[in-house]
Write a protein that binds this ligand. Structure first.
Ligand SMILES: [Zn+2]
Length: 316
């Protein structure tokens, strides 16, 4: 059972249509023997590079970690798995960043592959940690008691120094980041948005919070009774956001590496996709609805029996 859950968890964080291109795809078959901390595709080294304006990619190949620079201090979004801290710190140094210039570490959600190294990074940088109020307790428990995974995927507990709720902003000098609650994947799952400029051209950056429900129990889940309503809210939220460069905690969700490759081949705007957030929301919603329908069918004994058997049962 544990092996199955591990496989589901590891494969989940990639949208179905991009799964084959995602770094994790190669290891999906072997995922059953891996834990959050040891999936090699998630921790594959990646050189840091500029995404657009003040936004830089500083994570490993398989998990998005972003640096957003400001005049008075810098911001990190997410921290990868627990063993990713060293690579992220090395990438920051390679960009000439003094680790103590990192003032805030923002979290997208309280899972081991995005919050795993935040405590180490906070220690190394002295940064404050910001997360959605609804994920604070799960972060403090290091992932123990997750509504879907229980104690299977834990990480060093994260002490959140500032909580945000839907629509709240973080200001670092002239940089403003907005937290949009996109609950479901976790209760405090958050989509972060900000603006990055190159010269006069300013673009809406969106780090779309995970909107997948990998192996989740969606109906009659006493640990998260409102999960269906929350996911539906989140799909609408993501679809409605002003969105020029869609990003996601797992790069494959937005075909990130494919876009980066196109850009390297000369398509300067390959990362720009103003319909990208709507596309992610649409695909996630369709996948979610199919999963929900399947779970409802499985939960309804009447639908699993042939009509003749049902008639027999109905006769007193
Ligand atoms: Zn997750």
């Amino acid at each position: 059972m544990r092996l199955l859950i591990s496989a589901i968890f590891l494969s989940s964080l990639i949208a179905p249509s991009t799964y084959a291109q995602a770094p994790s795809a190669q290891s999906a078959n072997t995922a059953s023997v891996l834990s959050c901390a040891s999936d090699p595709s998630w921790t594959a080294p990646q050189k840091p590079f500029q995404i657009y304006g003040n936004t830089w990619y500083v994570g490993p190949r398989g998990i998005t970690v972003l640096l957003v620079k400001a005049r008075t201090g810098d911001v990190l979004i997410d921290g990868g798995v627990p063993t990713d801290a060293a690579l992220i710190e090395a990438n920051l140094r390679e960009l000439g960043i003094d680790l103590h210039d990192i003032k805030w570490i923002l979290n997208s959600h309280a899972h081991c592959d995005h919050a795993g190294s935040i405590t180490q990074l906070a220690r190394a940088t002295g940064a404050q940690v910001i997360a959605n109020a609804a994920d604070t307790a799960l972060l403090a428990r290091g992932g123990h008691g997750d509504p879907q995974y229980g104690d299977r995927f834990t990480f060093p507990p994260v002490h959140v120094t500032r909580t945000v709720n839907d629509g709240e902003t973080i200001r670092v000098g002239d940089l403003i980041l907005t937290a949009h609650s996109t609950p479901g994947h976790t209760r405090g799952n958050t989509t972060w948005t900000w603006t990055s400029c190159e010269g006069e051209r300013c673009l809406h950056m969106v780090d779309i919070g995970s909107v997948s429900a990998p192996g989740y129990k969606l109906i009659d889940n006493p640990k998260y009774p409102d999960i269906v309503k929350d996911f539906e809210y989140s799909f609408a939220m993501v679809a409605a956001l002003p969105c020029d460069i869609p990003l996601a905690p797992h790069p494959g969700v937005v075909n990130f590496w494919e876009r980066v490759a196109r850009r390297e081949q000369g398509d300067a705007d390959a990362l720009v996709d103003s319909a990208g957030c709507r596309a992610v929301a649409k695909e996630a919603r369709e996948s979610f609805e199919a999963q929900l329908a399947k779970e409802r069918t499985a939960a309804d004994p009447a639908k699993q029996q042939p009509a003749s058997a049902r008639r027999g049962n109905d006769v007193p």
